[in-house]
Design a protein around this ligand. Structure first.
Ligand code: AMP
Length: 193
């Protein structure tokens, strides 16, 4: 699989530790260096703005998708390859998914988690077979990962759906993991693990 476009979910804040901003810069630069188009929420604030700026500065292509209602609060980025303004949050998420071959969550808050989990459940339902990744900067996602393993151990998530979500603290290694990922041909309604 060769990834051409990757959707990044990340905070509309930068977090308190500057390491998160550095990671977003590295992620944007790595996408651009690999000729991968960045699809994201279109904002200029927080890690969203940082990853987009880094990709654009490094010569990459960046497409932002922003709901009309958030254009003011998240300050629609005016320096992108393209900014699409859509009617609402559902349209934004559907459009980001449509344009992307894979999804990566950088550190973020509730919106980031919601976007990650929604697109993951779409994969579980067989709406798409695209891999997901966590950029585990500063072990940001290690506790969540342990909890997700717990869901498998307790019989609420199948191993093959857990395996859709890769994790690395290195943007380059994460891209390799996503590239190497093979989709399962089964839907969740079959019994196989
Ligand atoms: P956050 O991680 O909370 O900083 O939010 C990051 C991104 O998620 C931003 O693009 C927000 O617009 C988006 N977001 C915020 N709240 C929601 C929500 N309830 N559902 C989906 N996305 C959201």
């Amino acid at each position: 699989m060769s990834l051409q476009s990757i959707c990044i979910f990340c905070g509309a804040s930068t977090g308190t530790n500057p390491i998160y901003r550095e990671a977003a810069i590295a992620m944007g630069q790595t996408l651009a260096a690999n000729g991968i188009r960045l699809i994201y929420g279109g904002g200029a604030v927080g890690l969203m703005g940082v990853v987009a700026d880094a990709a654009m500065t490094a010569g990459g292509e960046v497409i932002g998708i922003i709901p009309r209602s958030l254009k003011e609060s998240e300050i629609g980025h005016t320096g992108l390859t393209r900014l699409e303004v859509v009617d609402g949050m559902h349209a934004r998420k559907a459009r980001m998914a449509e344009l992307s071959d894979a999804f990566i969550a950088l550190p973020g808050g509730l919106g980031t988690l919601e976007e990650l989990f929604e697109v993951w459940t779409w994969g579980q339902l067989g709406y798409h077979s695209k891999p997901l990744g966590l950029l585990d900067t500063n072990q940001f996602y290690s506790k969540l990962s342990h909890f997700l393993d717990h869901l498998v151990e307790e019989g609420f998530v199948k191993v093959k759906y857990r395996a859709m979500l890769q994790r690395s603290d290195s943007p380059r290694d994460l891209l390799q993991l996503l590239n190497a990922w093979q989709p399962s041909i089964h839907s969740r309604w079959e019994n196989s693990q």
